[in-house]
Design a protein around this ligand. Structure first.
Ligand code: FMN
Length: 170
């Protein structure tokens, strides 16, 4: 698919079929994330493929929504703060930026492969942290439910600010 068409077509999917995407497809999603750029190429991210019943139940408790529980699997993206690049001039940490880029690579790759996904950040951090085997410096950033869109899924109309509002030419 043409890249700009893909960007226009990708949308948040909040209703999934129960069918699990193949291992090959999952490999392609993680590969898309692995190839993402990161500040100073630190790659401070980690990806958890959540697909066992036990792990899915635990992650669903961190974001208890009916639609979220319909996903056949989840990818949780975390950042290792000990590995992230920190801007010297103001101490700004960039791990969450890096994790976010990788997450969007996954979402775009998923859309290109006919899958749906949705960014989820409004999860309970404590419950999410309990659901994942995190290291001391590791923070969960995004959970992506992933699967084939349910047959009755209707994409919402994209509402975005117009370019005149968001672009300044200086
Ligand atoms: C940083 C971030 C956090 C988000 N968190 C959630 C969330 O917790 N739950 C949810 O249903 N959608 C979440 N979304 C999805 C947005 O609501 C969605 O991307 C936005 O409304 C635009 O719609 P679209 O993705 O269909 O184009 C999040 C998106 C981003 C980028």
């Amino acid at each position: 698919m043409d890249f700009l068409q893909l960007v226009a077509q990708r949308c948040s999917v909040r209703a999934f079929k129960s069918e699990r995407p193949s291992d090959e497809v999952i490999h392609q999603l993680i590969e898309a994330a692995r190839l993402a750029p990161s500040a100073c190429n630190r790659q401070p991210w980690h990806f958890y493929l959540i697909e066992s019943d036990e792990a899915k139940t635990a992650i669903q408790q961190a974001y208890p929504r009916e639609w979220f529980a319909t996903a056949p699997l989840y990818i949780a993206i975390t950042v290792h703060h000990d590995e992230e690049w920190v801007r010297q001039t103001d101490g700004h940490r960039h791990g969450i930026v890096d994790a976010s880029i990788a997450a969007e690579h996954i979402c775009l790759a998923a859309a290109a492969l006919g899958l749906g996904s949705c960014w989820v950040c409004a999860f309970d951090v404590e419950l999410c942290s309990k659901a994942l085997p995190l290291a001391a410096d590791e923070e969960p950033v995004i959970i992506l439910p992933i699967g084939f869109p349910a047959p009755d899924f209707e994409p919402r109309e994209k509402t975005r600010k117009p370019q005149e509002e968001i672009l300044s030419i200086i």
